[in-house]
Structure formats: structure tokens, C-alpha cells
Design a protein around this ligand. Sequence first.
Ligand SMILES: [Zn+2]
Ligand SMILES: [Zn+2]
Length: 420
Amino acid sequence: MTAAERSISYRVEHQCPQCGAPVNLGEETLFFVCDFCRVRSCISHKGVFRYMLSPGESVPGDTDFIYLPYWRFKGVRYFCSASGVDSRFMDISQCAVNDSIEHVPASLGFRSQALPLKLIRPETRGTFLTPVSFKESIQNLDRRFKRGKQSAKPMFTEDIGEMTSLIYAPFYVSSNRLIDAVLDKPLDCHVPEDFSADRHEACRPEKETVFIPGICPSCGWDLQGRADSLALVCRNCNTLWRAHGKRLAKIRFRVFGPRDPDGVYLPFWRIRADVSGLALSSHADLVNACNLPMMARPEMKNRELHFWAPAFKIRPKVFLRLSTQLLLAQLDSETENSLHSREIHPVTLPGAEAVESIRVTLASLLKPTRDYLPALSCAEVKPTDLELIFLPFENGPHELFHPDLNIGINRNILDLSGNL
Ligand SMILES: [Zn+2]
Ligand SMILES: [Zn+2]
């Protein structure tokens, strides 16, 4: 990865909703325990994450701040072409105001990465301009992106596991100039004499963020989970929960065998889906479409095909390898509905993103690729069943290993995947 592509994680200054104490967390944080009052909180965002940068200390607090929104995209884009599947990590920001405010910086730039982000609070003063849609904004972003080198023109692209957020940067007007309030430096432009933020559509972004108490809705026990985990576990009643709007919703899951008390349980999405334009409903269909050096056995005709994808973020090559290995394996086993006290790896990839990965997995697997690409590029994937499955992996010193599947995952790569 080049410097421009390196993954950056902002620091976010939160405030405990119970006692008001400051809590410093990574930007992917969805769950935290307050150091002062020990209260657990889940952060639920309606839509995307919304944060702000604070004005510099030299700027008077009673200034009329104008907060301009920037879309930030952080994630992996997969390029599918006849020569195979390529991927690229992107971490880009793009100004999300329309052209009526000229000369504002097109992106947040690297300087902001040293600064902490904050959640916008009801008492935060200032005018927050309404952003243009991400789609509209990303067209500019695509233009910037296309300048990069790229081998073959992809038939289609897919963004998987991306985090889209809105970051508001503070500005103010002084002597007809727009001043960047983070650096307290004027921009290289004059604004019209009658410039007023009131002419632009404004919003209050903090309305879209809710804190939910991190206790089990079924039994009242404390929920547990890594800060960035989408699924929180109740070890008392053996249930899994995720923030959904203003409440917690139960997650359906199963645990596959073999039982391994010392193993680590990795989460995967198991999906049944209709892929339009492709006849892929049974295991036999897959074997035929992959040109595998094996014959489809008669019983495979009756076995419904399940797609698989890791339910955790991991380097693109490994993500694709695991998805294809599991798709080919069509694993089935004895299952349980209880995690007991087993160690689980956090769920960091939503089911909807796993569904999006199906076309990419197929692009890397179906042979000959060029025959399938036209159909895949316009295929619609409609999930009919989505289930969270925990698979037991042996806990080796360097690798987690699934003996039945003969699949290994390097421990370092897994540990480093928290910031993807
Ligand atoms: Zn607290
Ligand atoms: Zn419970």
C-alpha cells in the first residue's frame, strides 16, 4: 500500500451519556464502557457516522461557525475484470457542499488526521450545512480516483465493508474571506459581500446519533464485545445483540461443530440468494460452473447452494480466499445455538456487505471468467436467507486453523484487520 492508501483511524472524543466523562475512542467505536461510572453504552447511528472537527483554540468561542460537510469513504474497492479480481484500499474525503460556495478545500487533507473528531452535541453552536448525497459527491471522487494506475478496465466494481461517514469542518467569515477555523487561516478566496450561511440548507446532525444502554434486553446482564463489534454478546442468556435504531435487536446465529473448548470461533455469513442471469441454485450447479476437476455427484443436485463470507473485516486477498474456500466446501455440520463461554472473534462486517461480496466471489471462481463476467456485471443478488455462523478454529501460535476445511488464517493478519 502506498502512503495515500494507508488506513487511517481518527481518534474520537466521546462523552459518556450517563456521567458526561470524556472517553477517547477509535472512530469505528460502537460500544464502550465508561472508565468513571462503568456504564456500558452502544452508539447507534441512523445512516452514517457523523463527526465534527473542533475550531482551533485561537478562535473565539462565540464566532458564528459554518460547518461544511465532507463525505469520507474508507474501505476496499474490488475491480472485477477478465484478468481476475483486483482490490484497492481507499481512504478519501470529498467536500459535500454544492458549487455555490467556491474554493472550499475539496478534501479534508492529511492535516485533519492529527486532530480528534467529536460527536456533534445539541449545545454545539454553529450552522451545519446539509450535505449533497454521497452518490453525487462520489462522482467527483471517482474522477479523482481514476487518475490512479489501473491495468484492465473493470467490468464491474464493488465496495465491500466500507465505512462512509460525514465529517463537519468549521469555517467562519471575516472581512469577506472564508477562514478555516481549524487552522485559523483564511482561504485563498473572497466570499460575496452578502454571503450568509442562512441561504444554505442547514441541519442538526446530532439528531441521528443515539446511545443505547449496553445491557441485555432479555435478562439485564452486561453485554460484552470489542469496541468495533456489530454484535454484542450476553454471556448469561447466550444471546447476541446489535444496535438497530433506538433499541437492541437479537441476532440469529448458530455454532458449527466440532466442539473445541480451546478454539476461537470466527463469525461468517451464510447466505442463500438468487443471482439473476445465472443458474446457481444447487451445489451441482456450482461444480459445473467452476469447471472443477470433479464430477457433480447426484446428491449435489438436491443440495441448495449457500454463499459464504467472513463476518469480519480482513485483508481483501484473505477475504476472497475464505469466501471461495467456504463456497466450494458447502460445509454442513451439527450445530448448536449456544456460544457457552467460547472465545469469539468480533463481527465487524454487516450481512448486507456479505451479500454484496457474492458477485466478487463468483467473479474470482467461475471459469472461464470472461464468459461469466457480462452476466455477473449486471446480475442482481437477492438474498433469501442470511445467517450468522460461528466456525471453530484451532488456536495455533501463528495461525488459526480449521481442520475439516483445511483453512488457515494468519493470526497477525487477523489482529491487524481492526483498522480496515
Ligand atoms: Zn460514565
Ligand atoms: Zn441476557
